[in-house]
Design a binder for this molecule. Structure first.
Ligand SMILES: Nc1ncnc2c1ncn2[C@@H]1O[C@H](COP(=O)(O)OP(=O)(O)OP(=O)(O)O)[C@@H](O)[C@H]1O
Length: 605
């Protein structure tokens, strides 16, 4: 007898799995299960359906499940897909990032009891505070202009958890820098983003009593994009699952591991899958891409994986395009030639079905300029975007979607917005208080419904009505507040998003009328009919003279880009890159040379 009723959408989607033995096996699993599979094979689909089944059949409130992933973008995608199945965030269902989970469900309830050396109340440094403290300490230790990089400091802290080990002390400068930086932050009453996971790991590793408490609340732990999560989370997962009795359902693909620079390691997923007490499921069918794209991606990766397309007869375009005039020329060609042809090639295709992918925000600036000059609407997701997606900015965007039109059909659901709002509060509110908050927020959102209003007015009203008071009262939201302020600044008169209306703010993710501009990293987990990759020159992707591990990661990044496409891939290059030392004619990306040669060989057979 199920504990809760299930939606018709869930039943319809669950029926899809019957045709795929691997997906069905994962869906039917009763113990720890790890799904390993390539791009477009339905990992996320299987995960959300499994979670819906678990919530319906295996756990009864107040017990529930935690569903975690690495980035805010992936968390939002999970939230959206679960909502379509009738599931939303609730006290017994956590959907969010590793960092959010560690803050809300490990450090807030237990850090003080465990006497961890963290400040109380818990306050998370803003990006700016942490960057400045890092620089200040680095300058003090090594002198202004020293060559040590914050990125290496971050990797050292995230990937070496045992501070007494030789691995920690052998890189003496980084270790010293990390320790002094942390002391500086503590002096300011702060922890930073990485501390959340580092202390979360310490808590579950060193305090046995935390395990049954966690297991009582979340007997199920689901993890998406496992390959991105890094060693601290891997330890948390192993500890709660194999010592704490939490049932694990994890999905991932080591070939898509592209966060090595943060300490992530695809091998951890393999290690998990090889355990005797874990059921391992491998999926081979690709539901996303045409056959030629599936084969070309494998050739680009240089590994035989044996993936096959679900739609072998679908036509595909795979084009290598040389453009003069560097990145500017490539962007201009994409706008003037490729996009109009792609729109004309399939009835009903819109700008939202097309993405331009690039390596970093500098390339993004060039592409954005060309796209804006052509008068096309676009959504940009990279570090130069006006604000970063964090839980609060995503929540505001979803409120905008509801106020614009979503309230008519419950997309997103009001109940979900209210539950997420309550989740932002550090301490669980008493029932009457929570009810009062929910009523106030409902009234506020109801009064903000609009067909054509400006996003700036909506965000201003949300902030004045409730949000600013919450952010002032919750120091743990300080880093997110920084992004809310950046959002307001971008929407203000004279800001880059000054003209944005409420509907567009709500649809900034996945709007059918906006061309997608993303870094390759941000494109992870997304799919588009048409993918245009720019900057495929040596010195762009890959960088020149990369060490072997970095070169392998660049190749995986290329692979992630290719595998986002359903029907068309356009790879643009110039044969040179513009650097601080002038134009360097190093040729196009060696990945293109290899891919073209391998495709000729394979298709000539
Ligand atoms: N059994 C199925 N029947 C029909 N369509 C499916 C099935 N499984 C997955 N799909 C579709 O395949 C596409 C890819 O699924 P999903 O995004 O879950 O894949 P993924 O493995 O998580 O991909 P990636 O690793 O590239 O992010 C989606 O459009 C999904 O709806």
């Amino acid at each position: 007898m199920p504990f809760r009723s299930v939606s018709a959408a869930y039943l319809a989607q669950a029926a899809d799995l019957a045709g795929n033995a691997g997906q069905q096996a994962a869906y039917d699993s009763t113990g720890h299960c790890v799904v390993l599979a390539g791009p477009g094979s339905g990992k996320t689909k299987t995960l959300v359906l499994k979670l819906a089944r678990i919530m319906a059949e295996d756990v009864r409130a107040p017990r529930g499940a935690a569903c975690i992933t690495y980035s805010q973008e992936c968390a939002r995608e999970l939230t959206r897909r679960l909502e379509r199945l009738g599931l939303r965030e609730a006290p017994n269902l956590f959907i969010g990032t590793v960092h959010g989970f560690c803050l809300r469900h490990l450090l807030m309830p237990y850090a003080r009891l465990a006497n961890l050396p963290v400040p109380f109340p818990l306050a998370v440094a803003t990006q700016r505070q942490s960057d400045q403290a890092m620089k200040r300490v680095g300058d003090r230790l090594f002198g202004v202009g020293h060559p040590n990089k914050p990125m290496d400091l971050g990797r050292h802290r995230r990937s070496i958890l045992d501070r007494a080990s030789i691995a920690w002390t052998s890189e003496g400068e980084l270790a010293g820098w990390a320790e002094e930086y942390e002391a500086e932050l503590r002096g300011m009453g702060l922890i930073d983003f990485d501390d959340l996971v580092i202390f979360g790991q310490r808590l579950v590793s060193e305090h046995d009593w935390v395990l049954p408490l966690l297991q009582a609340k979340f007997p199920i732990l689901a993890v998406d994009e496992y390959q991105d999560l890094g060693v601290a989370l891997h330890r948390i997962v192993k500890r709660v699952a194999f010592d704490g009795g939490v049932r694990l359902f994890a999905v991932g693909d080591s070939d898509q591991s592209i966060y090595g620079f943060t300490g992530a390691d695809g091998a951890l997923l393999q290690e998990l899958a090889e355990r005797d007490d874990v059921e391992r499921v491998q999926l081979q069918l690709n539901y996303r891409s045409a056959s030629r794209i599936v084969s070309a991606s494998e050739l680009a990766l240089g590994e035989v994986r044996g993936y096959v397309s679900n739609d072998p007869d679908r036509e595909a375009v795979i084009a290598f395009v040389e453009c003069g005039d560097g990145l500017e020329g490539q962007a201009a060609h994409a706008v003037a030639e490729i996009i109009p042809a792609a729109l004309a090639a399939k009835p009903g295709r819109t700008l939202g079905d097309i993405a331009i992918l690039y390596r970093d925000y500098r390339a993004g600036d060039i592409v954005a300029e060309a796209v804006a000059a052509a008068g096309l609407d676009f959504i940009r997701v990279d570090t130069a975007a006006p604000y970063r997606k964090v839980a609060l900015t995503s929540w505001i965007e979803d409120c905008a979607a509801w106020c614009a039109d979503g309230w008519r059909e419950g997309r997103p659901q009001l109940r979900g917005l209210l539950d997420r709002w309550l989740g932002f509060h550090r301490t669980r509110l008493a029932e009457a208080e929570a009810r009062g908050e929910a009523q106030r927020l409902t009234r506020l959102l109801w009064s903000l419904r609009t067909d054509e209003g400006l996003a700036r007015d909506l965000v201003g009203a949300l902030r004045a009505g409730m949000l600013d008071a919450l952010m002032a009262a919750e120091p743990s939201l300080a880093d997110q507040r920084e992004q809310v302020v950046r959002m307001s600044t971008a929407l203000a008169v004279g800001g880059p998003l000054a003209d944005l209306d409420v509907a567009s703010l709500g649809g900034r993710d996945g709007s059918p009328l906006h061309l997608n501009l993303l870094t390759l990293h941000s494109a992870k987990g997304c799919e588009y009919d048409v993918v245009i990759m720019v900057g495929l020159d040596l010195g762009g992707l890959p960088w020149r003279n990369e060490l072997p591990a970095a070169r392998r990661e660049s190749r995986r990044l290329f692979y992630v880009g290719l595998t986002r496409a359903r029907d068309e891939i356009h790879m643009l290059y110039s044969g040179y890159v513009d650097t601080g030392r002038g134009r360097m004619h190093w040729g196009r990306s060696p990945f293109l040379n290899e891919l073209e040669a391998r495709m000729e060989e394979a298709e000539g057979e």
